[in-house]
Design a protein around this ligand. Structure first.
Ligand code: UTP
Length: 319
């Protein structure tokens, strides 16, 4: 069963308080579903993907969340706001369970929104947060990238920032044939278990050019020094202002660490991974899991000979 990200009550007081959630991308990999609906709002069981991301930030003690949104992203703003009429109706019926579910998103943190205007790249989306963040370190959580609620990746990254200052990226080892889909890090050991020094970064390299198999995944703790670098970062791969390019400059200065993650992560902006996420998290739900798994076993059994039941896509699924 899913146990929520560790509670804020046991979270140590840290200097990082703000999280930025970029959610202004076009979501072209998920068209046509994302023509009028932001990919971050696609439901994962019964909550939009981005709610899991905000819950993760809140559980790590980040009580101020800035969403970077774009056109067609009103649904995100509405989801994290009060829904007066709906709440009145549920309250009048005495339906406290659904009333809480409707109210929860707005209670997770102090939620703010800013518009990116044009989706000029992840680096540009982060730069849009400059005024709100100020001169403090901050976390960045990509709005379509889910870390399983049982994992403690973000807390580990915040601890590394407390110990080493500078910026921290999350790294995941991926098969060589997948590295071209990610930013890739050149790393050196630090002597600390699961923590490396990042000496260089390259966005979506070919497998021949990749300095390692360490892919940068959608969690960052950034030093505010990144803003000055982003201001002068030219559009890079795909004509977009790449966060990876700005981090490459910081890495050259020796101020970037990586936390190696080998847990469960889901890219809900990818159709196949989205399906895996929904199935996995539905199985974990005490209210839905038993009935759903019984059906799933029967269904998989009916696919005899098709290869179903083997792990697909090279991604690790929990036992
Ligand atoms: P992606 O590259 O996954 O988003 O960016 P995308 O461009 O929407 O995806 P596809 O390839 O077209 O399907 C990672 C995160 O950064 C945000 C996205 O919303 C996503 O959460 N992003 C990306 C921005 O906020 N602004 C941008 O200009 C680009």
């Amino acid at each position: 069963m899913i146990v929520p990200h560790s509670s804020t009550e046991s979270t140590p007081v840290r200097t990082v308080r703000k999280a930025v959630v970029p959610a202004a991308g076009l979501g072209t990999r998920f068209l046509p579903a994302t023509k009028a609906t932001p990919k971050e709002m696609l439901p994962v069981v019964d909550k939009p993907a981005i709610q899991y991301v905000v819950e993760e930030a809140a559980a790590a003690g980040l009580d101020d969340v800035l969403m970077v949104t774009g056109r067609h992203k009103r649904a995100i703003e509405d989801h994290f706001d009060n829904a007066f009429e709906l709440e009145q109706t549920l309250a009048a019926k005495g339906d406290t369970v659904r009333l809480d579910a409707v109210r929860d998103p707005a209670r997770l943190a102090s939620i703010h929104h800013i518009r990116q205007g044009d989706p000029l790249g992840l680096g540009h989306a982060v730069l849009c947060a400059r005024r709100h963040v100020g001169d403090q370190p901050f976390a960045v959580l990509l709005g379509d990238d889910l870390i399983d609620p049982r994992e403690t990746l973000l807390s580990r990254m915040l601890d590394v920032r407390e110990r080493h200052a500078g910026s921290v990226v999350a790294l995941m080892e991926v098969p060589e044939e997948q590295i071209h889909l990610y930013g890739c890090a050149a790393v050196q050991p630090t002597g600390e278990d699961g923590v490396v020094r990042v000496t260089g970064l390259v966005e979506k390299p070919s497998s021949q050019q990749a300095p390692s198999r360490y892919a940068v995944i959608g969690r960052y703790v950034l030093d505010p020094a990144v803003f000055d670098v982003l201001e002068r970062t030219e559009p890079g791969r795909g004509g977009e202002i790449q966060l990876t390019d700005a981090l490459q400059e910081l890495a050259t200065g020796g101020t970037v660490h990586g936390v190696v993650f080998d847990g469960l992560r889901y890219d809900t902006g990818d159709k196949a991974d989205y399906l895996r996420t929904v199935v996995r998290l539905a199985c974990d739900r005490p209210d839905l899991g038993p009935e759903f798994m019984a059906w799933l076993k029967e269904f998989v059994g009916s696919l005899a000979g098709s290869g179903a039941g083997e792990e697909a896509g090279g991604r690790r699924l929990a036992a």
